[in-house]
Design a protein around this ligand. Structure first.
Ligand SMILES: CC(C)(COP(=O)(O)OP(=O)(O)OC[C@H]1O[C@@H](n2cnc3c(N)ncnc32)[C@H](O)[C@@H]1OP(=O)(O)O)[C@@H](O)C(=O)NCCC(=O)NCCS
Length: 154
């Protein structure tokens, strides 16, 4: 689905509260159960770190990390719907994992709905493996679905 080279040149930078607020509509557009805007924009200060992907003069995606000692957890990652499938998610993830390695962080964790094949594909290609399955963890229309806990040694 994605191309090896993104159609638009990208840059990556740490988010401020103001720049992360620009991402809130992206968050609401793609998340099944969005966070409140306050919770979302609080994610720019320790122990959180948020990176933005910018292209064509606009913010096209973001990733929010929780960093505790040498452990990183990916709390959220999203690419604006109109920019998905162009390799941006893959490059953003590669960028933050490289940054985490440079910071000498040891391991990265995440959890993902088992129905989210796009995200599972991106994570697996980045080297994440299944750590644990949490049965019926997430609410979903008409019931619940499992969460996959994944990890990557950095
Ligand atoms: C998951 C997400 C971040 C991926 O970003 P993206 O920019 O669309 O993905 P990319 O274009 O970088 O694709 C990376 C790989 O995933 C594959 N992929 C993308 N969408 C896919 C889909 N719907 N089904 C299966 N594979 C898919 C691509 O083919 C590509 O594979 P390749 O490297 O083998 O070519 C993006 O789809 C998104 O924002 N989803 C909504 C939010 C979300 O679910 N976040 C994860 C929460 S855990």
């Amino acid at each position: 689905m994605s191309k090896n080279v993104t159609a638009i040149p990208l840059s990556f930078e740490l988010a401020s509260r103001e720049s992360l607020a620009v991402c809130y509509p992206i968050h609401c557009a793609v998340q099944v159960v969005p966070w409140s805007e306050g919770t979302f924009t609080d994610c720019t200060t320790s122990p959180y770190e948020c990176w933005l992907a910018e292209g064509n003069g606009q913010i096209v995606g973001y990733v929010i990390l929780l960093i505790v000692l040498d452990e990183v957890t990916i709390m959220d990652i999203a690419i604006a719907p109109e920019f998905q499938g162009q390799g941006i998610g893959k490059q953003l993830l590669r960028h933050v994992l490289s940054h985490c390695r440079n910071q000498k962080h040891r391991v990265c964790f995440l959890e993902v709905r088992e129905s989210n094949q796009a995200a599972i594909h991106v994570y697996t290609k980045a080297g994440f493996t299944l750590l644990e399955r949490r049965k019926n963890y997430y609410p979903v229309a008409g019931g619940r679905e499992d969460a996959l806990m994944m990890s990557l040694m950095l």
